[in-house]
Design a protein around this ligand. Structure first.
Ligand code: GLY
Ligand code: MN
Ligand code: MN
Length: 440
C-alpha cells in the first residue's frame, strides 16, 4: 500500500512549529466517533488536520505541540491498551505505541488529560487551536485554561492569546509534497479503474446503484477504505441535480448517466466525474453538449500553471461554455454580454473546481489580500465544468431538456503547467464509445 511515510509527519510538525510564535502551544483533538444509529458507529475517519500532523488513526486522542520544549515538543494523549476493549473493538497503539510507532516525544492516557494538560499550557503565552469547529473541544480548552486562572494567585500564568491554527496549518496543507502527490496518484488510479468498470457495466435496465456497486468493488479492491464523498450516480434527468445522492433510479436506453465518485487513500481524496450514454452511443444532442464541456475543460487546463491565478481556469470554462451554448442556440446574444450578465448560470451554475487533498473540498484560501490566489507548484485542484439543462427549462427546445454533463479531473500544478492525475479513464466521445462497444 502506498502511504505517507512516517518521516513526513515529523517534517510537518517541525514546519508548523517553526511558524508558531515563540512560547506557544498548539492543541488538536482527534475526530469523534460518529454514531449511525443506536449502538452502530459510522466507519471511523480521522480529522484531516489531526491526521496531517500525526498519522495517528484512533479516536479519543489529542495532539499537543510545544515548540522549544526541552522535555519533548510533541505530546500525544491517547487511549491506553486494554485487553478487554481490544478484544471487542480492535488493537490500540497505547501510549507506548504512540511513542514507538508515531513519533511522539511523550504520551499520556487520554483519561489523564484534565490533570496534565493545564500544566503544559501554563506559562505559554499563546494557544493555537481550531477555534469554533468543535464546540465540545472549545469548552474543554476553556476549562483547562480556567484551571490555570484559578491558580493565578499562586503565581500560575494563563495564556492571554488564542490564535486560530487554521491559517498556518491549512496553508501548509495546500502545498502537496512529493509523497502526497504519490498517494493522490494512487487514489486517482483506483478511481479511474472504478469509472472504467462502471462504463463497461452500463446497460439499460440496470439501476444507478448497480453502477455504484461496481465503483465500491473497485475502491475496496484497490485498498480504499471508503469513497472520499457520497458517490453520485445520476441517470437521465437526475444528472441535472448537482449533488444527487439517491442512486436508485433505473438506467434507461437513450439516457446519459453522470458519475461523480472517487476513493480515498490514506485520507487523500480523488474526485472524478464522467458522463456517458447508458447504451454506449451518444445522441446528436448529447454529443453536442458533451463536446462543449470537454472543450471548456481543455481550455481550463491551459490556464493552470505557476503564475496564473485561481480564477483563470474558471473564466476559460465560462467563455467556452457560453460561446458553445450560443452556437447551439441555447443562449441568444453577444457572448461577452452573456458572460457579463451571467446568463450562462442557467446552465453552468457552479465553479470550475476546488482545492483537492485530504478533504475533497480541501482547505486553503482562494483569495489572498482580496486578489485571486496565484497558482504554485504542488497545489492540487479539480477541473470540473458542466452543462445542465433542466428538464423544466421551457426556454429551450424539448430535445435538449434533461441533459446534464460534467467532466471532472484532478490536477497538480507543476513547473511546466499541470499534471492530470486522472487521465486513466477515457473522456472523448470516440474513446468512451469504443470502450463501451468493446464491453458489449
Ligand atoms: N463531488 C463533489 C465535487 O465534485 O465537488
Ligand atoms: Mn466531484
Ligand atoms: Mn469536485
Amino acid at each position: 500500500m502506498i502511504h505517507i511515510p512516517k518521516a513526513e509527519y515529523t517534517r510537518r510538525r517541525k514546519a508548523l512549529m517553526a511558524q508558531m510564535e515563540p512560547n506557544s502551544i498548539a492543541i488538536l483533538p482527534a475526530a469523534a466517533v460518529a454514531i449511525r444509529n443506536r449502538d452502530v458507529e459510522h466507519v471511523y475517519r480521522q480529522d484531516s488536520d489531526f491526521q496531517y500532523l500525526s498519522g495517528f488513526p484512533e479516536p479519543e486522542a489529542v495532539i499537543v505541540l510545544m515548540p522549544g520544549r526541552q522535555h519533548g515538543e510533541y505530546v500525544l494523549f491517547c487511549r491506553e491498551r486494554n485487553a478487554e476493549r481490544e478484544l471487542w473493538d480492535g488493537l490500540r497503539a497505547g501510549t507506548e505505541g504512540a511513542i514507538r510507532d508515531f513519533g511522539a516525544d511523550d504520551a499520556f492516557p487520554i483519561t489523564d488529560i484534565d490533570d496534565i494538560l493545564p500544566g503544559l499550557i501554563e506559562g505559554r503565552d499563546r494557544v493555537y487551536s481550531a477555534m469554533g469547529s468543535n464546540a465540545e473541544f472549545d469548552r474543554h480548552l476553556m476549562e483547562w485554561i480556567n484551571v490555570i486562572r484559578s491558580k493565578a494567585h499562586l503565581g500560575a500564568q494563563p495564556p492571554n492569546e488564542f490564535v486560530a491554527l487554521d491559517h498556518l496549518l491549512h496553508d501548509m496543507r495546500l502545498y502537496k509534497s512529493a509523497a502526497e502527490v504519490k498517494v493522490m496518484r494512487e487514489a486517482a488510479r483506483i478511481s479511474c479503474a472504478a469509472h472504467v468498470k462502471a462504463m463497461q457495466a452500463s446497460r439499460a435496465g440496470l439501476y444507478e446503484f448497480s453502477l455504484e456497486a461496481e465503483l465500491d468493488y473497485e475502491f475496496r479492491k484497490g485498498g480504499a477504505k471508503m469513497p472520499a464523498y457520497g458517490s453520485i450516480v445520476a441517470a437521465g434527468r437526475n444528472s441535472c441535480i448537482l449533488h444527487y445522492q439517491q442512486n436508485d433510479a433505473v438506467l434507461k436506453d437513450g439516457d446519459l448517466v453522470l458519475i461523480d465518485a472517487g476513493c480515498e487513500i490514506d485520507c487523500y481524496a480523488s474526485d472524478i466525474t464522467r458522463t456517458w450514454p447508458v447504451n454506449g452511443k451518444f445522441s446528436p444532442e448529447q454529443k453536442a453538449i458533451y463536446e462543449i464541456v470537454l472543450a471548456s475543460q481543455e481550455a481550463a487546463f491551459a490556464e493552470i500553471a505557476p503564475d496564473k491565478h485561481w480564477n483563470q481556469a474558471h473564466e476559460a470554462t465560462v467563455h467556452v461554455i457560453t460561446a458553445g451554448l450560443v452556437k447551439l442556440g441555447l443562449l441568444q446574444g453577444d457572448v461577452d454580454e452573456l458572460i457579463a450578465s451571467e446568463a450562462y448560470k442557467a446552465f453552468y451554475m457552479h465553479r470550475a473546481g476546488h482545492w483537492l487533498g485530504m478533504d475533497v473540498h480541501d482547505v486553503g484560501e482562494y483569495k489572498v489580500g482580496g486578489e485571486w490566489r496565484v497558482l504554485e507548484v504542488g497545489m492540487a485542484l479539480t477541473v470540473e465544468p458542466g452543462i445542465y439543462i433542466s428538464p423544466d427549462n421551457q426556454n429551450v427546445a424539448k430535445k435538449w431538456r434533461g441533459i446534464g454533463v460534467r467532466i471532472e479531473d484532478d490536477v497538480v500544478v507543476t513547473k511546466q503547467g499541470c499534471e492530470i492525475l486522472t487521465g486513466g479513464v477515457p473522456k472523448t466521445v470516440a474513446d468512451i464509445e469504443a470502450l463501451m462497444a468493446a464491453a458489449r
